[in-house]
Every structure is written in structure tokens, then in C-alpha cells.
Design a protein. Structure first.
Length: 291
């Protein structure tokens, strides 16, 4: 793989981590909680997309919104039954609850989909294009970073420049005051989980043609996405996307120049080094405590 191809592949892979990490960012920014079943949201989106678009042959104009709807409903159910009951009691057990739900969903996908990976054909991943001599990439690999950066920009603008976005951010700062101002706190938090799962669905649909669809595909993606969210700073949409891109590039270059045996070692060692140097993340800020 040439240097340019490695950069494009790394950015495409990193954008996937970034999209999943944006899901962690959205729920944290609104509710102060994160969905540790985010990886299973990706698996669900990929499996649903496989059945809707490949097996049943639905047109993309119907199949893609259907996949995102399935993911959104899943996100809402996670918030309602695995997060809200514990938050209302002042308990942090939603951490384990979301992990448990993710494991359950992954095993349901294993039962429904089977263990064997299956291909997800796409015109955008059928034939590589030559950018320069010796550097061939699929059109989808060029599209993925664009989609990721545009979604990060959209989230940033919505949360900073719109009334609904600012209202959602107010929920995590002071839920009681937000409620008194007429903000539907429960609805805002549920919406953040729906958006989080939909971002995972987008990532699934984009990555599925490049990787085989399997019932376990979201597990490692989810772990790396959470690492990206921590590295980037959970409160920063740009930070988590930037961190995702960095992880993708590190992973691809490690594989390309050192071999796949060292990929995970180098990737997660880099996570530790980055956090030691910048404990609050790339674009995160230290919390301020009033005394």
C-alpha cells in the first residue's frame, strides 16, 4: 500500500471511529451519560442494512432511512430502560446496564444473522480508482471522511447556533432549571440517544461494503470509538472526530509498515501515551470545581 493510499484508508477507518465517538459525545453533552452499547448499535445497523438492502433488495431511498429508524428506536429503548431508571435513582449502574444490553443485542444478532461474515456489495466499493500511480482507493473511502466531517460540523453548529441545540446542552448543566424553562428534559435525553445510535447506523452503512458484515463487527469498533471519544474530549465534537482520524491513521500505518501482528499493540499504546501527555483530551478542557 502506497503512502497516499495509506492516508486515505486511515482517514476512512478513522472517520468510522469518529462517527461512533460522536455518539458518545452527543449523549454525554446532553445527559452526562454515555451508551456503552454503541458498538452493538453499529452491529444492528449493519445487520439491518444487510437484510433491507441486500437480502430483500429495498431501494436505498427506503432501506437507508429504515436502517436509521431501527437504530434510533434502539437508542431510545436503551435510554428508557437501561439508563433512565438508574439515573433517576442517582445510581451509576447504567454503566453496566448499557454494557449488558450491548452483549444481549450482539448475541441476538449472532442468533439471527449467524456467525459467518457476509459481504455487503456496493457500487462505491466495487472498483478502485487511481489517484496517482500506485495509489488506488475505492470511492467510498473518499466519501467516508467527508461524511464524518460534515456530521461533526452539523453537530457543532446545531449545539452552538440553534435554540434547540443550546436547550439540549442546558439539560446537562442544570436539569431542574431547564425543566422550569419549559424544556422537555426526558425528551431531549431520549433524542440524544436516538441520534447517537443513528450515527452508529451511518457508520455501519458506510463501513459494511469495505468490511464483511458480521455479528461481532461492532465490538472492537465500539472500544476504539470510546478511546477516540476520551482522547478527543467527550465534550468536543471536533475533538472526538479528530481523535478518530488519528487512531485510524495510526492503525493503518502500523499495519502497513510493521504488520498486522503489531496493529492493536501500537494503536492502544498510542492511546495511553496521548492520554498521559494530554489527560483532558486533544480539545478537552479541565473541569472547574467551585469551592
Amino acid at each position: 500500500m502506497s503512502f497516499l493510499s495509506a492516508i486515505i484508508t486511515g482517514m476512512a477507518l478513522g472517520s468510522m471511529y469518529g462517527l461512533l465517538a460522536l455518539g458518545f459525545h452527543v449523549t454525554y453533552a446532553v445527559s452526562g451519560t454515555v451508551n456503552f452499547s454503541q458498538g452493538s448499535s453499529m452491529t444492528l445497523g449493519a445487520v439491518a442494512g444487510y437484510f433491507f438492502l441486500v437480502v430483500w433488495g429495498w431501494p436505498a431511498a427506503i432501506g437507508i432511512p429504515a436502517v436509521l429508524l431501527v437504530c434510533a428506536v434502539y437508542g431510545v429503548l436503551i435510554e428508557r430502560f437501561a439508563v433512565r431508571p438508574f439515573v433517576q435513582r442517582g445510581s451509576d449502574n447504567w454503566l453496566m446496564a448499557t454494557v449488558a444490553v450491548g452483549i444481549i443485542v450482539d448475541n441476538v444478532m449472532l442468533f439471527v444473522f449467524g456467525k459467518e461474515p457476509r459481504s455487503f456489495p456496493s457500487m462505491l466499493a466495487a472498483k478502485p480508482i487511481q489517484i496517482v500511480e500506485g495509489a488506488g482507493v475505492y470511492p467510498l473511502q473518499l466519501l467516508i471522511p467527508v461524511v464524518g466531517l460534515l456530521l461533526a460540523l452539523a453537530l457543532h453548529l446545531i449545539s452552538r447556533r440553534t435554540r434547540h441545540g443550546v436547550a439540549m446542552l442546558a439539560v446537562v448543566q442544570n436539569p431542574n432549571a431547564a425543566r422550569l424553562m419549559g424544556i422537555n428534559v426526558s425528551g431531549a435525553i431520549a433524542a440524544s440517544y436516538a441520534v447517537s445510535a443513528m450515527l452508529a447506523g451511518v457508520a455501519a452503512l458506510l463501513i459494511a461494503p469495505l468490511f464483511n458484515v458480521s455479528s461481532e463487527m461492532g465490538t472492537l469498533f465500539g472500544i476504539k470509538a470510546f478511546a477516540a471519544a476520551i482522547i478527543g474530549g467527550l465534550a468536543s465534537a471536533w475533538g472526538v472526530m479528530l481523535a478518530g482520524l488519528c487512531l485510524g491513521l495510526i492503525e493503518v500505518f502500523a499495519t502497513n509498515y510493521l504488520g498486522s501482528v503489531y496493529t492493536q499493540i501500537i494503536t492502544f499504546a498510542s492511546v495511553i501515551v496521548i492520554l498521559v501527555i494530554m489527560p483532558h483530551g486533544l480539545l478537552g478542557r479541565a473541569g472547574v470545581k467551585k469551592v
